[in-house]
Design a protein around this ligand. Structure first.
Ligand code: THU
Length: 134
C-alpha cells in the first residue's frame, strides 16, 4: 500500500481532537492501517485517578485484536504526539507493541510540526521479554 505522509499526518491531526486529556492537555493519537484497507484508531484517555490513564498505543492495539485481527493483518502503525520533538512511546506501550505487533513492524511517529520518523517495534524495545522467555 502507498501512504502519503501528508494524508497520514492530516488523519492523525483530526483524530487527536478525540483525545480525552483534561489533566495533561497532551494529545496522542494512533492509527493502525490494516492490509485489508480498514483502519483502527486510538487516542489517550486520561483519568482523575491518573493510574487508569490509557495511552493511545494501548487504546488502539487491543481494538485491533478485539475486531478479530492480529499482527499479521497490520500494514502500518502511525503515532502522533503533541510534541515539538518526535515523541516516543512509553515503556509500557513498547511492551504492548512487542506483544501485539511483529518485531519488524514499521511505526511512523509524527510530531506536531508534521515531522516524522520511522522505527520498527524491535528498535523501540530491543532484547524484549516475550513468550519465548516464559
Ligand atoms: N501518552 C500516550 O498516549 N502514549 C505514550 O506512549 C506516552 C504518554 C499519554 C498518556 C498521558 O495521557 C499523556 O500522554 C501524558 O503523559
Amino acid at each position: 500500500m502507498n501512504f502519503s505522509k501528508e494524508i497520514l499526518f492530516s488523519e492523525l491531526m483530526e483524530l487527536k481532537n478525540n483525545a480525552y486529556v483534561p489533566y495533561s492537555n497532551f494529545r496522542v493519537a494512533s492509527i493502525v492501517y490494516l492490509k485489508n484497507g480498514e483502519k483502527v484508531v486510538g487516542v489517550n484517555v486520561e483519568n482523575a485517578a491518573y493510574n487508569p490513564t490509557i495511552c493511545a498505543e494501548r487504546c488502539v492495539l487491543p481494538q485491533v485484536y478485539a475486531q478479530g485481527y492480529d499482527a499479521n493483518d497490520v500494514e502500518l502503525m502511525t503515532l502522533y504526539t503533541d510534541s515539538d520533538n518526535v515523541g516516543t512511546p512509553c515503556g509500557t506501550c513498547r511492551q504492548t507493541m512487542t506483544e501485539l505487533l511483529q518485531p519488524e513492524q514499521i511505526v511512523m511517529i509524527f510530531n506536531k510540526k508534521g515531522y516524522c520518523k520511522s522505527v520498527t517495534v524491535s528498535e523501540l524495545l530491543p532484547d524484549s521479554f516475550t513468550e519465548k522467555d516464559l
